[in-house]
Ligand binder design. Structure first.
Ligand code: MLT
Length: 300
């Protein structure tokens, strides 16, 4: 009998795949494996029984992977399993960046009487622009970046992508709709909208900072549905105040956001769909079973 400790709420349809040879436990003691979503594991002391940790999600920055590697604990993630959910929210973010929907809805909620007439008079304050024909720069051409690029192209955007690990040929193989930039500066110089889809690493932390904003087109909209600290928030606030960045749509909380009317901060809902939670749980459970039962390290 194997014991799997769940650190966050994990989709029941995924857990059901564990089968009779497994016990799901709230207790860490004697656990063979841990299933985790976003809980931070850096300060946790794991019992020697733990052989594997599977993150039901793509990013692994909540897990001390190097320390676990030294102890022989294998860490899995579920790349691609929530990509469609994130892609759909990024598309929503593109539209939120171009249309003043959030401000309009908030204003409409304050109206008390003669609403139709007041709306007719007041809605002029909430005009926006269209994304059709605008250029989207996609930084990072992994599962999510490529899906976003294809969807944006289908909505009539021109798309330019950059990924230091993918050659021009490979990028064309992934998506014929992506023009591949050879440098980040090309993205900064050309894009009307920039969306970032890279993991959080020492080398990517705060990569969207003053130096990057200075190279961007005035009035650019920036989207961050990856990790909060990819963007230097203080530099972002200055870039917004100076009019360099017209809109920042982020899937993370931002301090003082109420005073920043050009920042739309979503409480990290990118992967929060029933479908994606199930996909991630199914993949993570298969990875754990495959490892504990067969010793295989796989991603499906
Ligand atoms: C991921 O890393 O897969 C996403 O950020 C979603 C999540 O945090 O669960």
């Amino acid at each position: 009998m194997y014991t799997v400790h769940t650190l966050n709420k994990i989709s029941q349809n995924g857990l059901a795949l564990l089968g009779d040879a497994y016990k799901v436990s709230d207790e860490l003691n004697n656990a063979d494996a841990i299933l985790v979503r976003s809980a931070k594991m850096h300060d946790m002391v794991l019992p020697e029984s733990v052989k594997a940790v599977a993150r039901a999600g793509a990013g692994v920055n909540n897990i001390p992977i190097e320390a676990y590697a030294e102890k022989g604990i294998v860490v899995f993630n579920t790349p691609g399993a929530n990509a469609n959910a994130v892609k759909e929210l990024v598309l929503c973010g593109l539209l939120l960046a171009s249309r003043k929907v959030v401000d309009g809805i908030n204003w409409a909620k304050t109206l008390e009487s003669d609403v139709a007439k007041t709306v007719e008079k007041g809605k002029g304050a909430f005009g926006g622009g269209e994304i059709l024909g605008k250029k989207l720069g996609v930084i990072g051409l992994g599962a999510i970046g490529v899906m976003v690029a294809n969807a944006a192209q289908a909505l009539g955007m021109e798309v330019i992508g950059y990924d230091p690990y993918i050659s021009v040929d490979a990028a064309w193989g992934l998506s014929r709709h992506i023009k591949h930039a050879n440098t980040l500066d090309e993205i900064y110089a050309e894009a009307d909208y920039i969306t970032i889809h890279v993991p959080l690493l020492d080398s990517t932390k705060h990569m969207l900072n003053k130096e990057a904003f200075d190279k961007m087109k005035t009035g650019v909209a920036v989207l961050n549905f990856s990790r909060d600290t990819l963007v230097q928030n203080e530099d972002m606030k200055v870039a917004i105040a100076e009019g360099k960045v017209a809109k920042y749509v982020t899937d993370f909380p931002v301090e003082d956001v109420l005073n920043q009317e050009n920042i739309i901060a979503i409480p990290h809902l990118g992967a929060s769909t029933e479908e994606s939670e199930e996909n991630c749980a199914v993949m993570a459970v298969k990875e754990i079973k495959d490892y504990l039962e067969q010793g295989n390290i796989t991603h499906s």
